[in-house]
Design a binder for this molecule. Structure first.
Ligand code: MN
Length: 683
């Protein structure tokens, strides 16, 4: 046993040293060895879930970074990255032993790992914020964190099953997209495939099997392409390498899902990459390829002249290759290739690192933020301000539970709703951004927390097509409109007819109103009470109150009483109080209920039913589905399972109340539902 451990350990530190000396002949190997020894000593006696000594983990993380050709400071920090969190040593010990720069990197990594709020709701946003702050201070922190995540994912099978799933989900939603954004495509692809394996095991195995089956065939095809290219380019004396572009499994899976295509359709598109030494050769190679096979015009993209925001550069073209297969070709220089694979890491190649921690102009975007932000800023503020300027054609926003959703720049809540689910989009009725109601057409910003409100009655409108940004949303809206065109026209006609009727009725009612002339002056002095959805013709500035004795609600048969100096009180026609006021019939005036959706009135409703399991739950559900608050509830079960329930509900009108009562009536075992004429007293 000790033999085996020693063997693994000695082999691994040598692997690390060997890798580093290959690309960095001047490396401070002494520093690396000291960091390794220190870490080994600090983690002494602890093991990983795999049973290996703990040191294998920091060592593997260091090797991943060495493969990205990083500087010795980063690699030393990687070897030490778990010490502060997991051992008895603290940051000061590391600072004393290895200096300020290594200590800062270790501190950065430790801070990201340590999340106080473990609820998933905010953990993701919080982690992301910490990572971005770290990125701004020193990009290498994020490189270590991603390498750490990568090794943990490589050994995820040693985790408990439930943890495995949670970790993989977080990796898929947070770490892989971040690596992708930082241009670290190799790391991101591996993270995606590992998470894919955990989250969709069967689909993963199925795809793997299918890809393996086609391997030889693809290899043969690529050899054919290679031979033809060597023949032509060799004559021109251009130096190049060509490689088959292995699509990682998750990207095939994602394409099948997103484009609704089967494996064959996705897999038939062959991809190659041609790598050369100089930019002008890239264009020469492009020319040659276009003479050999005919290009599909719309598919040519020159990311050399116009690099992507994450520094990616390459020529992209698609041609009809040998045997009529579409062939995707990427052409780039070795340097561009390094950037494409390693992204931001490529700018930390050990050679670039001479002193200052942020040496490359490409990172200038990040620098501006470093002074402005401290740890105390809230996640959202930080995200909103940062706006992910790194990635200018994309934004990302959060669901209320902290899930990250990628959208096109200038996307709206409608785009967001469709990104969540087609049904959410089709029934979106409103949106809250950062807890404030906003119009559905408003533009979202990176870091926004978006919440969609839905209603069964809501549906897509033609207007939406004018502002949505994503093709997904556009497609689904069109689809819905096509299917429901007739229904909408009908509904619009009905609504117009109803509106016409309502106006006629209102005009009638208004015509019959009269206010004693001596009261006019007094009434004018009173300002109208807000939110009383009642109007009286000829008196727009009158204070109108709903009387507390009979508590009328909109829709009730009610009448106004012009008081002396206290405006108008509205009573139900059958109110006993009103009978006494009848002695002055000239003071009575007609009122018109106005439509109002934001005034709520408490009413008491009684429900009689034969008790059964879930009765109360079903009832509460019906009530809340009708967008109603239950303010108070009493339940009582009498002999023979006769239940009597009393609710105080908030309704907007009589119609609303009737609709709710109708819903309750439809429940099984309910025998009677009625409004109680009891006065509702709210404390
Ligand atoms: Mn770790």
């Amino acid at each position: 046993m000790p033999d085996l451990e020693l063997k693994i350990r000695s082999r691994d530190i040598d692997t690390l040293i060997k890798h580093i000396s290959e690309y960095n002949p001047d490396a401070d190997l002494d520093l690396i060895r000291r960091a390794y020894e220190f870490s080994d000593m600090a983690h002494e006696g602890t093991t990983r879930f795999s049973g290996e000594p703990y040191i294998t983990h920091p060592l593997e993380v260091a090797i991943i970074l060495a493969r990205l050709k990083l500087d010795c400071t980063t690699i030393s920090a990687a070897l030490l990255h778990d010490i502060v969190e997991d051992t008895g040593f603290n940051l000061n010990d590391i600072r004393k032993e290895f200096g300020e720069e290594v200590a800062l990197l270790v501190d950065g990594v430790t801070k990201i790992s340590h999340i106080k709020n473990r609820s998933r709701a905010t953990a993701q946003a919080e982690t992301l914020r910490k990572m971005l702050i770290a990125t701004i201070r020193d990009v290498r922190v994020i490189l270590i964190k991603l390498a750490d995540k990568l090794h943990n994912m490589r050994t995820i099978m040693f985790q408990r099953l439930d943890k495995r799933y949670r970790i993989a989900l977080e990796t898929m939603e947070l770490y892989a997209p971040l690596a992708r954004r930082l241009g670290m495509n190799r790391v991101s692809s591996e993270l995606e495939d590992l998470s894919f394996y955990v989250l969709y095991f069967e689909e993963y195995m199925d795809l793997k099997r299918r890809v393996q089956k086609r391997e030889n065939e693809v290899e043969e095809y690529l050899n054919n392409v290679r031979t033809q290219l060597i023949d032509h380019l060799g004559r021109m004396g251009i130096d190049f390498e060509i490689e088959g572009r292995a699509k990682h499994l998750y990207s095939i899976f994602k394409k099948m899902q997103e484009q609704d295509k089967n494996f064959e359709e996705i897999y038939d598109i062959r991809g190659i990459r041609v790598i050369t030494d100089e930019i002008r050769n890239c264009y020469a190679i492009l020319g040659t390829i276009h003479t050999l096979w005919s290009p599909i015009a719309s598919r040519f993209k020159d990311y050399i002249a116009v690099p992507k925001a994450n520094m990616y550069q390459s020529l992209h073209t698609t041609v009809i290759g040998p045997e009529g297969h579409p062939l995707e070709v990427q052409i780039r220089t070795r340097e561009m290739h390094a950037t494409a694979e390693m992204g931001i890491a490529a700018h930390w190649l050990y050679k670039d690192h001479i002193g200052p921690r942020r040496a490359t102009p490409e990172l200038a975007i990040l620098q501006n933020f470093s002074e402005t932000y401290s740890d105390t800023n809230s996640s959202r503020e930080f995200m909103t301000d940062l706006k992910m300027d790194l990635y200018e054609d994309e934004i990302f926003v959060f669901t209320p539970r902290g899930k990250i959703i990628n959208l096109a720049k200038d996307a709206t809540p409608v785009d967001f709703a469709y990104a969540i689910h087609t049904e959410v989009g089709n029934h979106a009725s409103g949106a809250k951004v950062n807890n404030k109601m906003v119009p559905l057409r408003s533009r979202l910003q990176s870091g926004d927390i978006v919440e969609i409100q839905t209603s069964k009655k809501a549906h897509p409108s033609r207007e939406w097509l004018k502002f949505v940004k994503s093709s997904n949303a556009r497609y689904k809206i069109r689809n819905w409109l096509r299917k429901n065109n007739n229904l909408i026209q009908e509904a619009e006609r009905d609504a117009a007819a109803a509106e016409e009727k309502r106006r006629e009725k209102e005009a009638e009612a208004r015509a019959s109103v009269s206010i004693p002339s001596d009261e006019h002056i007094k009434l004018k002095k009173l300002s109208r009470q807000k939110n009383t959805p009642v109007s009286v013709a000829g008196a727009s500035n009158v204070m109108i109150r709903l009387s507390q004795c009979c508590q009328p609600i909109p829709g009730d048969d009610a009448v106004g009483f012009v008081t002396r100096g206290r405006g108008i009180t509205v009573h139900k026609r059958d109110c006993p109080q009103l009978k006494r006021l009848m002695t002055e019939p000239e003071r009575l005036i007609n009122i018109v209920w106005e439509e109002s959706r934001d005034s709520y009135f408490p009413v008491k409703v009684c429900v009689k039913a034969i008790d059964r399991p879930n009765l109360l739950k079903d009832m509460a559900e019906k009530i809340s589905n009708a967008h109603t608050n239950i303010i108070k509830m009493e339940a009582e079960v009498k002999e023979q399972d006769n239940a009597v329930l009393k609710f105080v509900l908030e309704v907007t009108s009589n119609d609303h109340l009737n609709a709710i009562m109708e819903k309750i009536r439809s429940l099984k075992n309910v025998t009677e539902v009625f409004k109680m004429n009891e006065k509702v007293i709210l404390k």
